[in-house]
Design a protein around this ligand. Structure first.
Ligand SMILES: [Zn+2]
Length: 644
């Protein structure tokens, strides 16, 4: 489909009060967002907006600092949408006032190129993140406007977008460039949707279409700078997905976050311009990513070398990069694909990333973060990255950090959690759609009226979901409910009567009837503990299984398993039991089962010996992956050795 089949429910029309996410959102609001502001201030990012930097002074504003501030404003604005807070509002206003003063008379707005390298603006799109920072500013402005109705930041963003539109394009005298780090494409589409200014959409389309054209723009700008384009630090334009035009691409390559932002922006452009060629490319890229290049956690990008993709089925666990931002980017892209086609294949991936590879990125107390999200941590690979400059090592450590020099991930996860309401429901003239089972309410626009849904559940701990439907007046429309791919058995009742042999189409069940206020739908997803294996070509996972229950991927953590995790064997026929432990890790379902562990007690000085069965029984205890490393440092493992 080239046009979107459904649209998301606006953030302001959704509330979340279900126990799992209400708790995460409260911590995001009360701890993470204020903490991140403090860190933006402490690290000099806020003060850099005063443009007082002079050569020799520390800290030197960095090329992406503007984006850290913008992402924080975006997160804080989403939070204001659902939870008004005058103190937070005034912190945002303070930043907006500073940003307004950074804007140059011609509309240009970037602290780094105003104080550190004046005169060099737009000379190195390949590496310098100018358009990337602009994109995040636009997203912040749109969120701020939607949350508060204030045009202060939106007007600044529109002036800057006007400047960029006057600078880039195919017309004579304009630069035919595009960003080295994508992001502005999706941001311009947001700016277009909120202002109605079609030139923003046209500019987004230009950036998508121009990418990868020959002669290569990044070569040409390097020559103009008097440099050799071959010295490009990543050595290949696959790094930023400009090795081919987007419509020629069928395999995910390069830096994973860049790829996700590009494909998200491309999806928006595709919908606006009904572009068949771009849609076909997105389908190929989606299939390649999700069938060959994605971790079981929804993490993507296995290597730190390019912070991104390598080759199909190359999914090493211990050295997995799987940047938090990349999993967030996958949620953004999946959500856009889901609006094109209300197909569970997109919602399943969105949910997988959200509950696992995204949520692992922030600690339970909301003030520590993962940049990389490995699937195994034997706590011994510290120091293996001596080739990495010391200031950049924090991101590679196998335990959560207070902050990073490149701090893209912390405000990114804050903005995703604060805007979670966006991802739960969609609407169309004929259907109300539930994608994610998160307790709360929504006001949807369906069948020419407002339809209120009330959703009650303990998901992901329990598979029971009750939905109360409340149209203003009785009306006929479809209620579309996602049946998750992880669920093998479910039942559904409407007003207490079982729906006989419900038909699941494209991952959803559709109930068509005349709905009246108080109608009650009850879903029961059976949620047994499952063992999962990987495609045999994934070398790291051969002879291993992962534990999954509902949408959650589990892991062993040293705190619960007093053994070297790699020596633990979980038999395929092990009886696994799940039970909720309210006092552990803010309340989690823990999984127990009987396995074995290698007996190394009588090996003395031997390194090798003939095969014998020397193992002892071992009680295995697994916790949800997202919750690991909240009880100090230690080993962690998702893929557990099995017996056959
Ligand atoms: Zn990041």
């Amino acid at each position: 489909m080239l046009k979107k089949e459904v649209t998301p429910a606006p953030l302001g029309n959704v509330t979340i009060d279900g126990p799992f996410w209400a708790q995460r959102m409260k911590i995001n609001r009360e701890r993470t967002i204020p903490y991140e502001y403090k860190m933006l201030k402490k690290t000099g990012r806020v003060d850099s907006l005063k443009l007082g930097w002079k050569p020799g002074k520390e800290p030197v504003p960095h090329i992406f600092w503007d984006s850290d501030i913008a992402k924080w404003i975006e997160a804080a604005s989403y939070s204001l949408t659902t939870h008004p807070d005058s103190k937070l509002d005034s912190l945002i206003n303070g930043l907006v006032r500073l940003i307004t003063k950074v804007q140059q008379p011609d509309g240009y707005l970037n602290t780094y190129f105003t104080v550190v390298e004046p005169g060099k603006r737009w000379t190195n799109l390949c590496d310098q993140h100018e358009l990337y920072c602009a994109g995040h500013l636009f997203e912040a402005a749109v969120a701020h406007f939607q949350a508060t109705g204030k045009r202060t930041l939106l007007d600044v963003a529109c002036r800057y977008a006007g400047h960029i539109d006057a600078t880039f394009g195919r017309e004579p005298g304009k630069k035919r460039g595009y960003p080295g780090h994508e992001e502005i494409e999706l941001a311009l589409m947001k700016l277009y949707h909120v202002t109605g200014e079609k030139r923003y959409a046209n500019l987004a389309k230009f950036f998508v279409d121009e990418r990868g054209q020959q002669a290569h723009y990044f070569d040409r700008e390097a020559i103009e700078r008097g440099e050799d384009a071959a010295n490009f630090r990543a050595r290949t334009y696959e790094y930023n997905q400009s090795h081919k035009t987007v419509r020629e691409q069928d395999k995910v390559v390069g830096h994973a976050v860049r790829a996700m932002y590009l494909f998200s922006g491309t999806a928006d452009v595709t919908a606006e311009f009904s572009d068949e060629g771009l849609r076909a490319a997105l389908d190929h890229l989606w299939n390649n990513l999700t069938s060959k290049c994605m971790y079981i956690t929804g993490g993507i990008g296995p290597t730190r070398q390019n912070e991104g993709f390598t080759k199909d089925y190359d999914l090493s666990n211990e050295t997995a990069y799987a940047e938090t931002c990349a999993a967030i980017g996958l949620v953004l892209w999946a959500h856009r694909m889901l609006q094109f086609e209300c197909d569970g294949c997109y919602a399943d991936i969105m949910e997988r990333a959200l509950y696992n590879g995204v949520l692992s990125g922030v600690s339970l107390d909301g003030e520590k973060f993962f940049y990389v999200n490995p699937l195994t941590s034997l706590d011994s690979h510290q120091g293996d990255y001596k080739d990495v400059p010391e200031r950049m090592r924090a991101r590679l450590e196998p335990y959560r950090q207070e902050w990073f020099e490149c701090a893209c991930c912390p405000p990114n996860i804050a903005r995703l959690i604060a805007s979670l309401g966006n991802y739960v429901y969609s609407q169309s003239e004929t259907d109300a759609v539930v994608h994610l089972y998160i307790g709360g309410t929504a006001s949807l626009r369906v069948a020419g009226q407002t339809v209120r849904l009330r959703l009650d559940t303990r998901y992901p701990w329990d598979g029971k979901v009750v939905i109360t439907v409340e149209p203003e007046t009785p009306a006929s429309f479809g209620l579309k409910l996602r049946i998750p791919a992880w669920c093998r058995e479910f039942s559904i009742k409407v007003n207490g009567a079982a729906v006989k042999s419900p038909q699941v189409k494209r991952g959803y069940i559709q109930i068509e009837r005349e709905w009246k206020a108080g109608d009650r739908v009850e879903l029961r997803f059976s949620m047994p503990v499952e063992l999962v294996k990987a495609h045999p070509k994934v070398r790291d996972d051969i002879g291993r299984v992962a534990i999954q229950r509902g949408p959650l991927i589990y892991c062993l953590e040293q705190a619960d398993n007093n053994a070297s995790l790699n020596q633990i064997v979980l038999p395929r026929d092990a009886k696994l039991e799940a039970h909720f432990e309210p006092d552990l890790l803010s309340g989690v379902v823990v999984i127990h089962g009987d396995g074995f562990v290698a007996d190394d007690s009588d090996w003395d000085n031997q390194l090798y010996r003939f095969v014998s069965d020397q193992q002892k029984c071992f009680r295995i205890s697994a916790i949800p992956y997202y919750a690991w490393n909240n009880r100090g440092r230690g080993e962690m493992e998702i893929w557990i050795r099995t017996d056959t």
